[in-house]
Ligand binder design. Sequence first.
Ligand SMILES: Nc1ncnc2c1ncn2[C@@H]1O[C@H](COP(=O)(O)OP(=O)(O)OP(=O)(O)O)[C@@H](O)[C@H]1O
Length: 248
Amino acid sequence: MKPLLKLSGVSAGYNGDDVIRDVNLEVHAHDFLAIIGPNGGGKTTLLKVILGLLPIRTGAIEFPGLPAGLKSIGYLPQGGAFDASFPISVLDVVLSGLMGQMKLWQRVTKAQRQSALALLERTGLLPFAANPIGELSGGQKQRVFLCRALIHQPGLLILDEPNTYVDKGFEGELYRILQELNRSVAIMLVSHDVGTISSVVKTIACVNGRLHYHPSNKISSEMLTYYNCPVELIAHGTIPHRVLKNHS
Ligand SMILES: Nc1ncnc2c1ncn2[C@@H]1O[C@H](COP(=O)(O)OP(=O)(O)OP(=O)(O)O)[C@@H](O)[C@H]1O
């Protein structure tokens, strides 16, 4: 099976300085890959080059198993990256995820509307479908943006810190939804929360300038220390968990 996404010897950065160096990575159908690493290690930069938002200095990025290339990728940016004060309904935000696929003069079909409503139902937001997006909480908005990233049925879903704004009560449910989605869509997930995601994902890549790939979801402190990605125990609320420390 061809990989959906293939990076070969990719280096990229800003103002002439490489942030990620000689990155090699393949993502295949049904993969559920966590991208972890310290602050400033280059995780978001990696996503930017995959999404074509940042030019690469060396190497190649290909989408052999995604016939529509970038258009087959669903993306949930950090914090939604959407002006939520815009007077638009929750349902229309979800449907706006189809814009890249549709011609200017095309109208949303009944089937597309039904799909959007089904996604809202799946994420517990159906009662809010007609509400202005600005009226929702941060966590609820993040769920709407997840639906928006899914509405065009991507082959690969990329999420940058999806739990940042999600209410704690929905975090477990979010991971459950992602695991269910993973039956039909490959997922790449950037996260700092090593403890939680290791039980959810299938494989792990640690990005710290270079990318170190682990074909398993088991994370040990030794492994992270070896790759210069030390972890520490912290507690949010009552449950302590491991997160990545800043690099010295
Ligand atoms: N637009 C930019 N211009 C210049 N430097 C940038 C830009 N964006 C990021 N950087 C720098 O690139 C490095 C990597 O940043 P990046 O956001 O990719 O890291 P990250 O691993 O996603 O970090 P975090 O975990 O804090 O989100 C950092 O040193 C950052 O300051």
